[in-house]
Design a protein around this ligand. Structure first.
Ligand code: PLP
Length: 293
């Protein structure tokens, strides 16, 4: 069940960085796998190992109708010989992500928003008699997922002054912070929550910290909330993609990179700073937003 791939780090050129005498690098976790992309492989790795260890052959998990986590779980399940079931939040819909989940063999169970709140109960109501069923929380949120994400920092061969990452549940952020601490790196962690006014993200991240650590939270770059966009964000994404050839999505990496560019313009970084941003993948998020562009 091991595929080990150190994602490459690529320099991003832009006039704002030259002007301010700073450097931006992008760690291309989106290249880890086309379907189990970005942080989702790091998050699933130890969960799948644990399922295997417990002789569980059926992964049961949860997500919205455009969930990168559902797609990643469906894909990892197919690759490594697990059956998969996804509880999908909301009424039955058809879209490109769910189409691929189905192709990969995932059973989809559409669930009203009320019942969806109670994930353990949902799991038990359907699978209490299936000894092979293995519960994976929405987005894979767990200490095991944070451990997988911490390994990102073991791959770094340079030292950076700042490290930026988009946050949904905050598990990836916590893992990376744990990794920075473990490797004695003084890199300043910069969390960019993609949900509305997510000042509570601080506590969510702290839940999975192995040791207390300081980090910055940029909670004002939510663009109206989860999966919400503005013309300004969409314009930035189009310009970035056309200038670099790197696809970024409006839900996560687009907002995170917008934050980096915006802060650079506002002199947030000292001259000479080296910044690392994590491309956490999820470019199929673009497919759910075609009509917005
Ligand atoms: C899931 C996801 C995230 C958020 O990861 P968390 O660990 O939930 O904070 C960030 N970026 C992309 C592209 C994702 O798919």
């Amino acid at each position: 069940m091991n595929f080990k791939f150190n994602s490459p780090v690529q320099k991003i050129e832009d006039a704002v960085f030259t002007d301010k005498k700073i450097e931006l690098y992008l760690k291309r976790d989106d290249l880890i796998h086309p379907l189990i992309s970005g942080n989702k492989w790091r998050k699933l790795k130890y969960l799948l190992a644990d399922a295997r260890l417990q002789h569980k052959t059926h992964l049961v998990t949860f997500g919205g109708a455009f969930s990168n986590h559902l797609l990643a779980t469906a894909s990892a399940g197919a690759m490594f010989g697990f059956k998969t079931t996804g509880f999908v939040r909301g009424e039955e819909v058809k879209n490109d992500i769910l189409f691929m989940c189905s192709l990969l063999g995932m059973q989809l169970i559409f669930t009203d928003r009320q019942s969806y709140q109670h994930k353990q109960e949902l799991f038990l109501s359907r699978f209490s008699t299936d000894p092979e069923a293995y519960f994976i929380d929405e987005g894979g949120a767990s200490a095991a997922a944070a451990l997988g994400c911490s390994e990102l920092t073991d791959e770094l061969t340079e030292t950076y002054d700042h490290l930026f990452c988009a946050c949904g549940t905050g598990t990836t952020a916590a893992g990376i912070i744990n990794g920075l601490v473990r490797n004695n790196l003084s890199t300043q962690f910069e969390a960019v929550p993609v949900l509305k006014n997510a000042y509570w993200m601080k506590q969510e991240i702290e839940k999975y910290l192995v040791k207390e650590a300081l980090f910055n939270l940029h909670a004002t770059y939510d663009f109206g909330g989860y999966a919400k966009t503005t013309p300004e964000l969409l314009y930035f994404i189009k310009k970035f993609i056309a200038a670099t050839g790197i696809l970024i999505d409006p839900v996560y990496t687009g907002k995170m990179l917008f934050t980096v560019f915006d802060l650079a313009g506002k002199d947030y970084f000292k001259s000479g700073s080296k910044i690392l941003a994590i491309h956490t993948g999820g470019i199929f998020g673009l497919l759910g937003m075609k009509d917005k562009f």
